[in-house]
Ligand binder design. Structure first.
Ligand code: ATP
Ligand code: MG
Length: 693
């Protein structure tokens, strides 16, 4: 295999792609080709005879991993087969599937997502009850989301409790929570990492095996690794030191989920002798956009100083769009999108992305786009896997695979209603815990449960029989077939209709079920030999916090949260809602008030988020804000411009209002009239395309 592909890189990128041994840090600003460089480096390793199976590439989302895999394949072809390109969580799941028994779990463990975790925490909160259940739940959640990404096990949290302000009860709750998980043979997302760390620490043979397996490790988006991920990476490469970390401290935006920006800033100290490569040329955006990005990020404290320099020339000025209120904002941004697409003969809606601080702000844009008949995709909003109908069916599937999974059992034990009311469930659960059995075992044999009437016992048995029947079927038949038969047997579709808030809601949920079947079918086509367990593992990971089933489409406008837009690029970017209380987010302001010392930390992360948003733009960037906005209760309140706009010299911004408010041309008026008539003759307001979830 030749390495002529390296000619695509600039000299610094090539230097990094050719540094194949020892610790290497690529620390550089947005759009400088970091991700491109890692993919070339991976291909170069292959070209130098490193076996694909010995190479591990880790990145932040499954989507990014998929893209990286594609790009490496494009460079290296078949030689790339067997390379592991995944997220940290997927890597954790992979390692644990092999080693679960070493840690006392069964290999068929279930991965609990955020809402399963919440259900279990609620149970724990009821048990430990810190005065008030809601408060307890909040405190426990806060405690866990601090402890787990930091690598603190209950005992360590207890030690921390002595010095810190962690409540004793939270420690007790943490311990209980882990006990429940283990008895249900389940792990949460943090455990996928924490358990691997435990494995590596306590079982040297397992660590040695992993070290032999991966001789070269690369991590993109390294600025958002947490303490546990750092430690896993450190241990993985401890025997050979072949770690290549890639990232930009200015784009660290996940501290709220435990990311440690210092991981990238102190890399050279943690890995002595590390080679550090910086890239300065930005290939994504023109000077006009980078000037604004540089101005926004410059005041950020404690950063590795760097200025982005464009390779693309001056470009058009970043525009500022000021609207009267949020409705007006949606209208004007959508107008801009329509006009700009029409003005570009090769323009596609997929060239345009609107970026939001929170998915809550997307609704008016969705409405407007639908009204205009403009297709769009939503990324970072409510996730497919969080939808009720999907959770229900997944709970059934999870139970077929792992009968010990009590969270899933409780979700569907009386769904659809089969006469197992709350009281009955309590009796069954109590008996199960006393007898040391699983809930489903007790359902199969409810004769000895105290105070259970014959009707309830029969209902419980009925539930267990459904599970038994389809568990057997799932071993032999395709997943889609098993689920279809199960859905039929429990008459789930009727349940959806019965339970829906409105006919539209029923329709949406029925669509959800249909989409689920489509995705199972696609999965089985792609991996014909895969089992139900494989499917569950893949799906639960795909639903990890920042993932969405939806992908970008060239013909659709993208509505996306700023947290989800990492690593992506779009010709036209619109940053919506640049106001105090949104960006920076009110929560970061509240926290800043609560704790003086945290002021810069949290608000500064919001600044970096703004920087990430602006640097996605390849051709034009439009920053939008409103003078007033309807709050949650519907009350309209005046809004101040984001403080970050105050750091941008006014000369760098142009007024976008001029473009939106110019009189329409005769051509545009005709098109608008046609659209209106078209919309009136269609039955549904959305017209042509599928309604979003
Ligand atoms: P981010 O910080 O947003 O993750 P990045 O540093 O990873 O950005 P890439 O996504 O790798 O940057 O590259 C940004 C854009 O620049 C891509 O479109 C890429 O193809 C292009 N690019 C990178 N390096 C070069 C190069 N040497 N020549 C031409 N184009 C390049
Ligand atoms: Mg990148």
């Amino acid at each position: 295999m030749t390495t002529s592909f390296l000619d695509d890189l600039n000299p610094e990128q090539r230097e990094a792609a050719q540094a194949l041994e020892g610790p290497l840090l690529i620390l550089a600003g947005a759009g400088t080709g970091k991700t491109k460089t890692v993919t070339y480096r991976a291909a170069n390793l292959l070209a130098h005879g490193v076996a694909a199976e010995r190479i591990l590439c880790v990145t932040f989302t499954n989507k990014a991993a998929g893209e990286m895999r594609e790009r490496i394949r494009a460079l290296a072809g078949g030689a790339a087969r067997g390379m592991v390109v995944s997220t940290f969580h997927a890597l954790g799941a992979r390692v644990l599937r092999e080693e679960a028994e070493t840690l006392g779990y069964g290999r068929d463990f279930t991965i609990y997502d955020t809402s399963d975790q919440f259900a279990l925490l609620r149970k724990v909160a009821r048990e430990v009850r810190l005065g008030n259940e809601t408060l307890a739940l909040k405190a426990i959640q806060a405690g866990l989301s601090r402890a787990k990404p930091a690598g603190l096990l209950p005992a360590a949290l207890a030690d921390a409790a002595d010095v810190d302000d962690v409540d004793e009860t939270v420690v007790v709750a943490y311990r209980r929570y882990q006990e429940f998980l283990k008895s249900y043979n389940a792990v949460d997302f943090d455990d996928l990492l924490l358990l691997v760390l435990r494995l590596f620490r306590e079982h040297p043979a397992a660590l040695a095996k992993a070290q032999r397996r991966f001789q070269s490790v690369m991590i993109d988006e390294y600025q958002d690794t947490n303490a546990v991920q750092f430690e896993i990476a450190r241990l993985l490469v401890a025997s050979h030191g072949n770690l290549c970390a890639v990232g930009d401290d200015d784009q660290s935006i996940y501290a709220w989920r435990g990311a440690v920006r210092e991981n990238i800033l102190t890399f050279h100290r943690r890995f002595p002798g590390a080679r550090v490569v910086t890239l300065v040329r930005n290939y994504r955006s023109p000077e006009s956009i980078l000037a604004v990005a540089n101005a926004v990020i410059r005041p950020s404290p404690g950063r590795a100083p760097k200025e982005l320099r464009s390779t693309l020339g001056p470009g058009e000025k970043v525009q500022l769009l000021v609207s009267d209120d949020d409705r007006d904002e949606a209208r004007r941004v959508v107008d801009l999108i329509r006009m700009r697409r029409a003005a570009d003969p090769r323009g596609r809606y997929g060239d345009h992305a609107v970026l939001f601080r929170s998915s809550r702000l997307m609704r008016l844009f969705e409405e407007k786009l639908r009204l205009e008949g403009i297709p769009y995709v939503l990324i970072g909003g409510q996730r497919f896997y969080d939808r009720r109908e999907i959770k229900d069916l997944f709970a059934y599937l999870a139970l077929l695979e792992n009968p010990r999974d009590q969270v899933s059992a409780l979700r569907v034990i009386n769904l659809p209603p089969r006469g197992i009311g709350r009281g009955t469930v309590e009796k069954l659960v109590k008996h199960a815990s006393r007898a040391g059995k699983t809930l489903t075992e007790v359902c199969a044999d409810p004769g000895r449960v105290d105070g259970l009437g014959p009707k309830e016992a029969a209902a419980a048995r009925g539930f267990a029989q459904v599970l038994q029947k389809y568990r057997a079927m799932s071993r032999e038949r395709p997943i889609a077939e098993t689920l279809a038969a199960l859905v039929e047997e429990i008459d789930y579709r009727a349940e959806l209709a019965r339970d829906a808030d409105s006919p539209a809601d029923a329709e949406r949920r029925a669509n959800g079920v249909r989409e689920l079947f489509e995705s199972i079918a696609a999965f089985e086509r792609e991996r014909p030999a895969a089992t139900l367990r494989d499917f569950l593992a893949a799906s639960t990971l795909a639903s990890d916090a920042d993932e969405e089933k939806k992908t970008l489409q060239p013909t659709h406008v993208t509505l996306i949260t700023m947290h989800s837009c990492k690593g992506l690029e779009f010709p036209h970017v619109y940053v919506a809602g640049c106001e105090e209380g949104i960006l920076p987010h009110q929560r970061s302001l509240d926290e800043a008030e609560a704790d003086e010392s945290d002021v810069d930390v949290t608000v500064d992360e919001e600044r970096r988020l703004f920087y990430v948003a602006i640097t996605r733009a390849m051709r034009r960037c439009t920053i939008s804000r409103c003078r007033a906005r309807a709050s949650r209760g519907g009350r309209v309140t005046p809004r101040l411009p984001s403080r970050f706009l105050g750091d941008v010299p006014p000369g760098l911004l142009a007024d976008a209002g001029i473009e939106v408010n110019r009189p329409a041309t005769a051509e545009e008026q005709r098109a608008a009239l046609e659209r209106m008539l078209g919309a009136m003759s269609r039955r549904s307001p959305g017209g042509g395309h599928k309604p979003p979830p």
